[in-house]
Design a binder for this molecule. Structure first.
Ligand SMILES: [Zn+2]
Ligand SMILES: [Zn+2]
Length: 509
């Protein structure tokens, strides 16, 4: 997060008459750290100019937004970026975008195409301006806003790089677990004669074709996919790409969403003796952490897969449990639901989520022993907008249900109310002994299915019939509170008993 310490930074004074540095802004998260302004005139035609700025210690990302006037007169400004080595021969040019991009970022692990990611050295950097055209009598002004990023910043900063794809609140559908070329995802090669690491584009394109609103790209212990995301996200303007990684250890797997910072995963090493140390490290990165497929074997059939920490883990540093993994659709024995519900019974508030764990973007259907399709299951999130921060905030809050079979249209919500309080899935409610809690559910696109209520991990027997008839149905029941602590959630199953929906809990008292 940006801190007030950023306000320390001050620009070097620039003497040239044509350029004045007019401000250093640091009041809010969205204000730039540096603003450079200058003028161009006819004599600048066919020249290059360096506009220097100082990068302080501790910066790991530079983001630039450039604007210039005079386009109506065909004044054109090309852009590049020079690092502290200076631009000499083959050295020092960090990238050149010509006139193609007015907004770009260069970070330690990712950069806008045209630029190379890598360490950001403190010192004198410069925008390199090229002026291919300005008429002899023309004048133009330019402004470059510059934001600095810092280790520990979440992946949604700076905000200028990550505008919401949709600004309205709603239920957004996504897949939170998949692998491509950046880890062990593979697909048939062009000729079909072999398999190759599967290019990330196919994964993203497949998710878009399935109508998903967001996906998390969760390769094993790497964040190299973040650089590809810089290329793909501007094109995929209806599918939010969330950088993630599957922290993959000998004692279990966990997804960490929303950060591109490095993380030491070597459990048992001096720096990360156990999962508690690893979780403490992850907690500084402002992401959301989910334990994946907890009830898998941890043996030669699936090395490190099951959640088998060598020491008791402080689960307060965990935000979510992968209750439904795509592979579990093939082996229901390994569902994460009992593990998740055990944690809820201990008083923890953990969100149940789902992820396909797809390893082959081109697979269309679940295949025995193979990969499941992207979007199977789908995690559906009630978020204030379609942005990385809003989706992750809503997952933290538990405003989520799992669409187990990955439909495009099933919706499910549950609200519990008592007096003038109302709580949706993930929320808490206080209900004194003797008060009546009204629970209301809305089910869409689940004709002939039936809801069931789980309270404190056990099937809750109800007089009410929770059968669903028709495309939209409201179900409700009353529950007399005993004033004690409980959690209540719902599943929906089809006529054959298969899961359609796994809902998240509402916490009572
Ligand atoms: Zn895994
Ligand atoms: Zn995985």
């Amino acid at each position: 997060m940006h801190k007030s310490s950023l306000c320390r930074h001050r620009l070097l004074a620039l003497a040239a008459l044509w350029l004045a540095v007019i401000g250093v802004a640091c009041a809010t998260d969205t204000a730039p750290d540096v603003v450079l302004r200058g003028q161009l005139q006819g004599a600048d035609n066919h020249t290059y100019r360096e506009v220097p700025f100082k990068v302080p210690e501790g910066v790991n990302r530079i983001t630039v937004q450039f604007e210039s006037t005079g386009r109506d007169e065909h004044t054109t400004v090309d852009l590049g970026l020079i690092d502290p080595a200076g631009f000499h021969g083959q050295q020092g040019l960090r990238g050149w975008t010509g006139g193609s991009k007015q907004l770009f970022t260069v970070g330690a692990v990712d950069a806008t195409p045209s630029f190379a990611p890598g360490p950001i050295q403190p010192g004198r950097w410069a925008l390199l301006l090229g002026i291919p055209n300005i008429r002899p009598a023309s004048k133009a002004e330019f402004t470059a806003k510059i934001w600095f990023g810092h280790p520990g910043d979440p992946a949604w900063l700076p905000a200028v790089l990550n505008p919401p794809l949709r600004k309205e609140a709603g239920w957004y559908r996504g897949d939170l677990h998949m692998h491509g070329a950046h880890s062990d995802g593979s697909c048939p090669t062009q000729s079909g004669g072999a398999r190759a690491p599967c290019p990330l584009f196919f994964t993203v394109d497949d998710a878009a074709k399935r109508g998903l609103d967001f996906i998390a790209l969760s390769d094993h212990n790497t964040i190299s996919q973040a650089n590809d995301i810089r290329e793909l996200q501007p094109y995929f303007d209806r599918l939010l790409l969330i950088p993630a990684r599957e922290i993959t250890t000998f004692e279990g797997h966990a997804n960490l969403f929303g950060t591109t910072e490095p993380l030491d995963f070597r459990l048992g090493s001096a720096s990360v003796p156990d999962w508690n140390a690893l979780l403490a490290q992850a907690a500084t990165l402002h992401g959301v952490l989910s334990i994946n497929h907890p009830i898998r074997p941890n043996d030669e059939t699936c090395m490190g897969c099951g959640w088998t920490p060598s020491k008791p883990v402080d689960m307060r540093r965990v935000q979510a449990i992968e209750a439904v993994n795509g592979m579990d659709a093939l082996s229901p024995t390994y569902t994460g639901i009992p593990f998740w519900q055990d944690q809820l019974n201990k008083g923890l508030h953990l969100t149940g989520i789902g992820g396909s764990d797809n390893h082959n973007a081109k697979v269309a259907l679940p295949m025995p022993g193979g990969s499941t399709a992207i979007g199977l299951p789908t995690t559906v999130v009630h978020a204030s907008e379609l942005s990385m921060k809003a989706i992750l905030d809503a997952i933290r809050a538990g405003h989520v249900f799992i669409d187990v079979q990955g439909s495009r249209d099933r919706l499910f919500d549950m609200v519990a109310s008592v007096g003038n309080q109302a709580a949706e899935m993930g929320d808490s409610l206080s209900a004194s002994a003797g008060s009546t809690v009204r629970v209301t559910m809305h089910a869409t696109a689940m004709d002939q299915a039936k809801a069931e209520i789980i309270m404190d991990g056990k099937l809750f027997q109800l007089e009410e019939n929770l059968a669903i008839h028709g495309a939209k149905q409201t179900l409700s029941f009353d529950w007399p509170s005993d004033g004690k602590r409980h959690w209540v959630r719902a599943n929906v199953r089809d006529a054959g008993g298969a899961f359609l929906i796994v809902g998240n809990p509402i916490y009572v008292n």
